[in-house]
Design a protein around this ligand. Structure first.
Ligand code: K2U
Ligand code: ZN
Length: 177
C-alpha cells in the first residue's frame, strides 16, 4: 500500500466533480486501501478520493476510537436526512489548521456500494453523520470553507497560500544547501 499526497486548498482540483465508479476490480480495492492508509497516517477520520486527486466517487471513513472499523463508500447517495440539524466544528485534511462551525442534518441515511460492489444502506448520526456529509461534499467539488463567510474564506485562502510559499522556499533552501 502507499501514502497518497493530499491536495491542499485552494488547489482547483478540489473543485472537480467525481464520476461514479462502474468497475469493481482490484484497482478500486487498491485505491481504497491506499486512501485508508493515507487517512490513518494524516491522521483523520475520513478521506474522499477527490482529496488525493482521483476524481471517482470513493470515500473511506473510520470514526471508531480504536481506528479498526474502516468503512468504504462507493457511489454514495443520501436517501434520507433529518429535519433536526447540528453544528459541528469541522476540520479538513485539505485545509490544515482551520476549524469552524458548519450546520448540517444531524442524522442521514446513506445508500452506497462497498468495494466489492455490494449495495448497503447505513443510518448515520453524530461524528459519522458529519463526516459522511463532509466527504460527500468533497465528491461534489465542495470544501467546508465554502460554508463560511467570504471574509473568513479569503483569510483562509491567503493564509494557506502564504504557508505554501514558505514551504516551497524552505524546500528550495534545502536543495541548494
Ligand atoms: O475530509 C477530510 O479532510 C477528513 C476530515 C473528516 C472530518 C471532517 C469534519 C468533521 C469530521 C470529520 C478529517 O478527518 S479532519 C480531522 C478530524 C479528526 C477527527 C474529528 C474531526 C476532524
Ligand atoms: Zn475534508
Amino acid at each position: 500500500m502507499s501514502l497518497l499526497p493530499i491536495l491542499r486548498y485552494p488547489d482547483p482540483r478540489l473543485h472537480k466533480v467525481a464520476k461514479p465508479v462502474t468497475v469493481f476490480d482490484e484497482r478500486l480495492k487498491r485505491l481504497a486501501a491506499d486512501m485508508a492508509e493515507t487517512m490513518y497516517d494524516a491522521p483523520g477520520v475520513g478521506l474522499a478520493a477527490t482529496q488525493v486527486d482521483v476524481h471517482e466517487q470513493v470515500i473511506v471513513i473510520d470514526v471508531s476510537d480504536a481506528h479498526d472499523e474502516l468503512r468504504v463508500f462507493v457511489n454514495p447517495e443520501i436517501v434520507w436526512a433529518s429535519d433536526e440539524r447540528q453544528v459541528y466544528d469541522e476540520g479538513c485534511l485539505s485545509v490544515p489548521g482551520i476549524y469552524d462551525g458548519v450546520e448540517r442534518p444531524a442524522r442521514v441515511r446513506v445508500k452506497a456500494k462497498d468495494a466489492e460492489g455490494k449495495v448497503f444502506e447505513l443510518d448515520c448520526e453524530g461524528l459519522l453523520a458529519v463526516c459522511i456529509q463532509h466527504e460527500m461534499d468533497h465528491l461534489k467539488g465542495k470544501v467546508f470553507v465554502e460554508y463560511l463567510s467570504p471574509l473568513k474564506r479569503n483569510r483562509i485562502k491567503t493564509k494557506l497560500l502564504k504557508e505554501e510559499r514558505e514551504q516551497k522556499k524552505q524546500q528550495t533552501k534545502k536543495v541548494a544547501a
